[in-house]
Design a protein around this ligand. Structure first.
Ligand code: NAD
Ligand code: UDP
Length: 326
């Protein structure tokens, strides 16, 4: 039996939804993990179960300030991901993407670490090409309410590729499409968490606009598998690579699936569509299949069952109690 060689790995945004699953996976593979987070949208509760692992460390730090750790690999996930949260302090969101990337890349250059960056399908904006493939340059409103996130992430990609060209920093840029699963925050306003919580409490399901806009939902375990495969790939595989599940659904279809699954009495409540809300989104994952040998395995139905179980527990225990860790 061959074990993965021991590595020191930094995960920025490690106490968030995706970051906490990634820390868990990296520890399972015998790595030493430093979880850096400013706890803006993440929580110590997300990584509380890892606290007794001697290979795990938590650092409270804002990535807009410089850092230095002697590590082999970095996963740069720090950034609020839900529209509600990234629009709350748009200037700090831009700083997190831009200054955060500069700090992470400067460090990667000095310590010669490989660095994965969590980019996003939002770099394609409200896309005019469907499905979205990596050669598409996107359709982003640079002065709209989503721009702090979209343009910040686009600038971050530019920085990653410049550090790669100028300084040979080994980079991996993954463009993540909508991902869901346990440890999404209950009140971050994202569609899967909103609908599940509403359905479990028989409250109206809030459909923004007519609900005909589409998204393609990837279960978190599939995505984390893609992250680690990407990191393990040859340094010539820089990306960008789309990481997501190509099965596309309308928001209305998602609502119906969740209502059925929960056996809920919720009704649909139609509300105002936020500006610049992308009308359709579906990843073309041919590149990920070819270069990483990866494609998602978990169906929406299977993934929703696990996510509903999680939110059900949160509600049963009471949110305050559930997120209390000390
Ligand atoms: P999340 O909000 O749960 O996690 C982000 C983490 O980063 C949180 O723990 C937060 O406290 C931390 N953070 C934010 N600003 C920081 C700062 N300045 N310094 C240090 N830590 C900071 O979101 P997530 O869904 O886990 O997303 C993780 C990454 O993946 C983000 O970069 C996001 O843009 C990207 N992404 C996620 C999705 C998705 O569907 N979940 C889709 C596309 C891209
Ligand atoms: N949405 C919705 N009701 C909600 C939350 C979101 O109809 O309670 C819609 C939202 O307008 C968008 C889609 O669901 O069209 C996905 O929203 P989310 O915030 O999860 O992610 P993003 O827009 O960043 O893909």
């Amino acid at each position: 039996m061959s074990l993965t060689p021991f590595k020191r790995v930094l995960v920025t945004g490690g106490a968030g939804f995706l970051g906490s699953h990634l820390c868990e996976r990296l520890l399972q593979e015998n790595n030493e993990v430093i979880c850096l987070d400013n706890f803006y949208t993440g929580s110590k509760a997300n990584v509380f179960h890892l606290r007794n692992d001697p290979s795990f460390e938590i650092i409270h730090h804002d990535i807009t300030n410089p850092v230095f750790f002697q590590v082999d690999e970095i996963y740069n996930l720090a950034c609020p991901a839900s529209p509600v949260h990234y629009q709350y302090d748009p200037v700090h969101t831009i700083k997190t993407s831009v200054l955060g990337s500069i700090n992470v890349l400067g460090m990667a250059k000095r310590v010669r670490a490989k660095v994965f960056h969590a980019s996003t399908s939002e770099v394609y904006g409200d896309p005019l090409v469907h499905p979205q493939h990596e050669e598409y340059w996107g359709h982003v409103n640079p002065i709209g309410i989503r721009a702090c996130y979209d343009e910040g992430k686009r600038c971050a990609e530019t920085l990653f590729f410049e550090y790669n060209r100028l300084h040979n920093v080994p980079i991996r840029v993954g463009r993540i499409f909508n991902t869901y699963g346990p440890r999404m925050q209950p009140h971050d306003g994202r569609v899967v968490s909103n609908f599940i919580l509403q359905a479990l409490q028989n409250k109206p399901i809030t459909i923004y606009g007519d609900g005909c806009q589409t998204r393609s939902f990837c279960y978190v375990d599939d995505l984390i598998e893609a992250f680690t495969r990407f990191m393990a790939a040859d340094d010539s595989v820089t990306g960008p690579i789309n990481l997501g599940n190509p099965n596309e659904f309308t928001i209305l279809e998602l609502a119906e699936e969740i209502i059925d699954l929960v056996n809920s009495r919720s009704i649909l409540k139609f509300e105002h569509l936020p500006s610049d809300d992308p009308k359709q989104r579906q990843p073309d994952i041919e590149r990920a299949k070819k270069l990483l040998g990866w494609e998602p395995k978990v169906t929406l139905h299977e993934g929703l069952i696990k996510t509903v179980e999680y939110f059900d527990q949160v509600l049963q225990k009471g949110e305050e109690e559930y997120y209390t860790y000390e």
